[in-house]
Design a protein around this ligand. Sequence first.
Ligand SMILES: [Zn+2]
Length: 320
Amino acid sequence: MGTSEGGLWTSDDQALPFQLDALGVRGRLVRLGPTLDAVIERHGYPLAVARPLAEAMVLCAALATSLKYDGIFTLQITGDGPIRLLVTDLTTDGALRGYAQFDSWKLAVALGAGNSEAPDGYVPKLFGSGRLAFTVDQGQYTERYQGVVPLEGPTLADCAHTYFRQSEQLPTGIKIAARRTVTDGTPHWRAAALMVQQMPEFDAGRLDIDAEQREDDWRKAVILMASATEAEMLDPNLPASHLLYRLFHQEQPRVFETRPFIARCRCSRARIDRVLRSIKREELDDMRDATGRVSVKCEFCSTEYAYDDNDLDRIYASAA
Ligand SMILES: [Zn+2]
């Protein structure tokens, strides 16, 4: 990627948390670049699938980094449209991955022939009716948290707002953008999410603020957030901190340490071994390829794990 020199892309693949003390609001600006390219190119997704995946991944990163958890945050969309499943997850240490399952025929019917981009407001067209689910998994001895809402509204941000209204106590607003841009003849995906959230008055140190003022301050933060254009959210030459200053300079935004992301899958042979062991050995016969080996492909990263009969003997022997 020729443009990475000179620090042009330095605010990519990270979340920049910030706080607007004067308004009692905190937020984050998340930008993804090379991480998206890695995931989208590996799968060779059509443009119409790549954009929803890019937006879902940046939404996942924005939500996950606003929570305190130690484990895995997962965003999953299921629907009866051309894209039937989209999954993206983020670990506490910043490993981000994602994949989508879609029906090429339905996609062509929905968008017309050719590899066309997902239009604005694509949710009803590409996902149909379905659900958006968030899960926080902190390991086997803790309870999983899950939030589920129906897909409502034309954009993923609209669907996220439904979730915020139904599940969060604190008012939250989010704006999302994702585009494929061609730089030096090479296509690159970029996505950004700008999120603001009202802070509890105690945390914000504003116990003397009355409800009306609090409401006005919140409304102001949302208006300023919404004034961000898609072009500036995705501009590789506009550092994240500069964009925040441009939007919120009167509120003197305070920025905190960035949280980096990297495209990394958590699959491994040991993990697939465990999955196979949980299935009856004779049921694996349906999964054999032309050479007779059982082949398992990771949906997230397309890595293939092949097992011959000796491998299977070993796996099932260790299960006994
Ligand atoms: Zn994998």
